[in-house]
Structure formats: C-alpha cells, structure tokens
Design a binder for this molecule. Sequence first.
Ligand code: FES
Length: 143
Amino acid sequence: MAADADLAMPLLWVPRDVLNMTGTKHGCGVAVCGACTVRIHGHADRSCVIPAYTVVGKSIQTIESLGTPDKPHALQSAWIARQVPQCGYCQGGMLMAAAALLEKHRNPRTPILTQPSPTSAVAVRVNGFAPLFIALSAVLARA
Ligand code: FES
C-alpha cells in the first residue's frame, strides 16, 4: 500500500489516484457493475466499496498485473481473438473476475455456465456475452 494513501478511501482509488494505475475503472460506485473488480488474495472483489485499510498486507491484483502487451495472459489473448471487448471500459474488471474463475475451476469439463461467471460479477452494458463465453471456454479447454 502506498505510504501516502488515505486508508479510509475505497480501495479503487489507491491504484488509480495514488499509484497512477488506471486500468481499474469506476462505474456505479455501489458494488453493482463490477467495473472496479480487483483480486484480493485471489478472490474477485469490488474495490469501490472496500475501504483501503481493510486490505493492508493483503495481495491485491489489478488488471495491470495480468499480462503485458508483449506477453498477454491467456485470457487477454482469447479476449482479443474473440473480440470480447466492445467499448472496453469494464474489461479490466471482467478479466480479473475471469482470472479468479479460471483459477478456481481449472477442470475444462466443469459446466462453465452453471458456475459463477464473469458476467455475474460484471454487469456488461453492451451485448458482449456470447464472445465472452466462447473466449473463456477456449481458455478453459487449454487449461
Ligand atoms: S464501480 Fe464498483 S461495482 Fe461498479
């Protein structure tokens, strides 16, 4: 945690405003849309409603930790191949939710549509669910 962070602020603002890592987005601000999703100790959580002081000492992952342009994460490659992002605004949150889901359910035979999904974690405002499920299924098939 950055030394100059106000620990009473929502976790969302620490990477964005203190660390200048803007991949995590502010959407609704009330834990509904999922655009602010980060991983805390591997679990996907909505950073807009989590006070920063509650996560001091915990592992926090944002979209910036998932991959790089030169070495994208398998999910990012699948997202690009299947053209999942539309406006792209919520993709950081969606990918973090998908990464948590992928780690939790590595068995590709797991019926993905009956498990908690990135779409239950991120309320997409556009029509992107079909390519999202195709991309996620492709990554799970290779796991
Ligand atoms: S901004 Fe956090 S859930 Fe919408």
